[in-house]
Design a protein around this ligand. Structure first.
Ligand SMILES: [Zn+2]
Length: 84
């Protein structure tokens, strides 16, 4: 993939998460909750899991939108070629 998943700018070297360098800095990673026998914070763990899930869903939705845009561009180009 060659565009940022967040702002859709074209990228030369996309990061692992699909963001460009500016968006990768802006998107803060969700901290992991430490797991130990006595101090496990269930609410913090649940909030972290929800945040990671929301991040994943946003990235997938952005990717799907990007693929849809590309498919429309291809379809438009084909329709235009057929017209000529
Ligand atoms: Zn970006």
């Amino acid at each position: 993939m060659n565009v940022c998943l967040r702002c859709h700018r074209p990228l030369r070297n996309p990061a692992i998460n699909g963001y460009g360098p500016v968006c990768a800095k802006a998107a803060q990673p969700t901290p992991e909750v430490e797991r130990d026998l006595f101090g496990f914070d269930i609410e913090a763990a649940a909030a972290g899991a929800k945040a990671r899930l929301a991040e994943f869903i946003d990235a997938r939705a952005a990717l799907a939108l990007h693929e849809l845009r590309q498919a429309f561009q291809v379809a438009r180009a084909r329709a235009w070629e057929g017209r000529l």
